[in-house]
Structures are given as C-alpha cells and as structure tokens.
Design a protein around this ligand. Structure first.
Ligand code: C2E
Ligand code: MG
Ligand code: MG
Length: 395
C-alpha cells in the first residue's frame, strides 16, 4: 500500500476517479439550471469513496492540483457530450491553484480543446482560500474572469469568512454553506443572519446558491430571502455522469412550471417586482435618514445628471441638487428640501412633500423634474426617514 497520493495517481491513470454531478435548481421555478462536479473514487471492488476520504489529505500539499485538473477535464468532456443540452458546470479548485501562474491560460486551452463556451464552466474556490492565499487571490480571480469564466466563492459562512474579502474580491457567485441552515430555519437569529447575507449578496448583484438544502422549510425560507439557486438533497443528490446526462436530455427543464402562481410569488420576489415597477416610473430613488444627515441611492439610472455620489451627506446632496436647478428655482428647492425644512414638515404631520423644478442635465438642457419626498417610519428607531422619488416630467 502506497501513500494516498500514490494511490490517487494510480486511480487517475486507471480512470477509477470520476465526476459525479449534483444538479442546481432555480429557487423560484424549480428548473434545473446548472450543476457542480464532485469527485468520486470508484474502487476496484465497486465501493464509491467520497472526497472526505482523500481530498483533505491531498489538499495538504500541491498533490491536489492534478486531481482538480483531471476533474476540470471530466467536466469539459461531459459538457461536450451534452452539446446543446449543456448547462453550466462548476468545478472545485483548491487554494493551491492561486499560485499557478498560468491557471487561467491553462483553463482557456482546456475549454478550447473541448470546444466548451466559457459561460458553461464555473470555477469554485473555498472561502478558506481567501484567507490562506490573501496575497494573490484578487489578481487570480480577475485573471479567471478575464477569460470570461465566472468564479464562485464556496462554503461562505463556514467559519473563515471575512466581509473584508467580499468587499474587495469581484466574485460572481456566492455559495452559502449548509452549516448556516438548521433543519427548519426556526431560530430567529439564524433567519436574521441569512436574510442579511442574501440582502448584501443581492445588493452586490451576486448570484446566490444555498448548499445542502434538505427540507421544504429551508426551501420556503430561502425563497423569501430571494436566494437564486438551490443545491441539496431535497432536489437531487450528486449522481453519476450517465444519470446527469439523462437528466439534462429529459424534457423536465423544458416544461413550464405548473406550480400554483402564489407559491412562487414570495414576498421577496414580489418586492423585487414592485421595485422594478416603481423604478420604471422613478429612475432616481433615494433613501435618506434626516436625523443622521445621510443618504444612499436606491436606484439611479438614465437620469438627467449622472454625477451625484451614490451615498453621503444629505445636506450636501441638497446643496448639489439646488446648484443644478434653474437659478429661478433654487431658493424654492432649498426651502422645500433643506433638511431642517423637511424635519419641520414631518413634525407638523405632513406625510409627503412635493415640488417641480427645472434641473439642468449633463447635456446642458433644462428639464422639469418632479421630486416627491415621502416620510416613512423606521421599524427600529425614532429617526426621521424619507424616500425620495424623482422623475423627469418631460419624458
Ligand atoms: P463542496 O464543494 O462544498 O460540495 C458540496 C458537498 O455537499 C458535497 O459533498 C455534496 O454531496 C454535499 N451536499 C450537497 N447537498 C447536500 C445536502 O442536502 N445534505 C448534505 N448533508 N450534504 C449535501 P461531497 O461530494 O462529499 O464533497 C465534499 C467536499 O469535497 C466538497 O465540498 C469539496 O470541498 C471537496 N471536493 C469534492 N470534489 C472536489 C474536487 O474535484 N476538487 C477539490 N479540490 N475538492 C473537491
Ligand atoms: Mg464546491
Ligand atoms: Mg460548499
């Protein structure tokens, strides 16, 4: 008996290692949308060894590199075989790849060899890699993205996560670790933590996948968080390639969903649609805390001026706004929307304040802008909050 790494080398040569595929489903429609490749060792006696039996040992050294490349090639072969039925497949790469200088080039060459479009291949890297390979990880992720391959951060929340990294690293997909999910998602603190993770992931426009979903309760809760994809035994276990290929070829994902429409109209989903609808009418929406003199842009697109900072000091926002108004409208604008004026209006019981004023755009043209400030109540403090809706009346 040699060491594990010798055995694995031999197993690769004899093709005893193979990829199992675990399907990933769209959380809202239940449709099969992608999959993750997971290594299995089919021993000569037919026993299927799980990665826990050899991956951690190989990961202690660079020995894991060959196994991951082997799996990447398996995934490419499967994608090629699937042809027009192919769905994106994610492959796990250990942290050691961060130190492989030609990683992204090598990946490109591999994809070309099998004629696999880059949007069908995803790279997964665990959050522990972020910590251990801090120096090179940012550049590495960017290089992978430069060859148009998406990067997923695996096992997020398993213990080593640093929000600092999330801020800096331009990952595309966040995979939420199953350790964050209890069987029924009952504990309130757990739900608050998960809601917050999905809130910021959605705000950062990250694709989200919940891993290890086993119960209907978990699924129901994840849907209200606007989690995008589900991977877990509730839907499907990792399966041999032949089964996965058959699943992709079956009609299942072509069928339109016949679920009761109310079931997929979860609060978070409905909220997003509502935001989209409101945003169509008001291209600029600002959330402001008058008590704390702060604001941030909830939406800001195709508006007359594109130079307004996304967040900052409310007084400054109003000064900047007034400066962009027609000289004849400036005073009225300031008298209406100055912070103290708004606080007074709120104190006097006003529900909203509205004004139409002429604002100059980046193109030098004045437009009539309607600004509506609606006072809203904070659920957690007595701060005076306002939602500001702006629209171009000449549109
Ligand atoms: P991972 O990348 O986080 O993969 C997800 C693991 O969760 C898989 O375990 C999968 O079978 C398991 N899982 C999925 N849904 C459920 C569920 O509902 N309940 C439970 N209890 N488990 C679920 P698996 O296949 O044993 O893989 C374990 C780990 O081994 C993977 O975790 C990954 O870190 C590593 N691994 C697997 N294949 C490779 C590979 O090719 N290269 C590298 N470097 N690591 C690999
Ligand atoms: Mg993974
Ligand atoms: Mg994981």
């Amino acid at each position: 008996m040699g060491t594990i790494s010798d055995e694995i080398k031999r197993a690769m040569e004899k093709h005893e290692l193979c990829a199992y595929y675990q399907p990933q489903y769209d959380a809202m429609t239940d449709r099969l949308v992608s999959a993750e490749a997971l290594v299995r060792w089919i021993r000569p006696d037919g026993r299927v060894a799980s990665p826990a039996e050899f991956v951690p040992e190989l990961e202690k050294t660079r020995e894991i590199l060959d196994l991951d490349w082997y799996m990447a090639e398996e995934a490419c072969q499967t994608l090629k075989e699937l042809g027009d039925r192919a769905l994106p497949i994610a492959v796990n790469f250990s942290r050691w790849h961060v130190t492989e200088e030609d990683f992204s080039d090598r990946l490109s060459v591999l994809l070309k060899k099998y004629e696999v479009p880059s949007d069908l291949f995803e790279v997964e890297i665990t959050e522990s890699a972020l910590v251990m390979e801090e120096a090179g990880i940012l550049e590495w992720v960017k290089n992978v993205q430069n060859v148009r391959i998406r990067v997923a951060l695996d096992d997020f929340g398993s213990g080593l996560s640093s929000l600092q990294f999330l801020k800096d690293i331009p990952i595309d997909i966040l995979k939420i670790d199953r350790s964050l999910l209890s069987e029924n998602c009952e504990p309130e603190k757990e739900r608050i933590v998960l809601e917050s993770i999905f809130y910021f992931a959605n705000r950062l426009n990250l694709d989200t996948i919940a891993e290890g979903v086993e119960t209907k309760e978990q699924l129901g809760f994840l849907r209200t968080c606007n989690c995008k994809k589900i991977q877990g035994f509730l839907f499907a276990k990792p399966m041999p390639k032949e089964d996965f290929v058959a699943l992709c070829r079956s009609d299942r994902r072509k069928q339109t969903t016949d679920r009761d429409i109310l079931e997929i109209q979860t609060p978070a989903h409905a909220m997003k649609l509502l935001m989209d609808a409101v945003f169509q009418r008001y291209p600029m929406i600002i959330y402001a805390n008058l008590t704390r003199n702060s604001y941030y842009m909830m939406a800001y697109d195709n508006f007359t001026t594109k130079t307004c900072p996304a967040t900052g000091d409310f007084d400054e926002l109003i000064r900047g706004g007034a400066a962009s108004m027609h000289p004849d409208d400036r005073e009225e604008f300031t008298l209406t929307f100055g912070r103290q004026k708004l606080l007074n209006a709120h104190q006097a019981g006003e529900k909203m304040v509205r004004l139409v004023s002429r604002q100059i755009g980046d193109d030098g043209i004045y437009r009539r802008i309607e600004t509506t400030d609606i006072f809203v109540k904070s659920p957690s403090s007595d701060d005076v909050l306002v939602i500001i809706l702006c629209r171009d009346m000449d549109e």
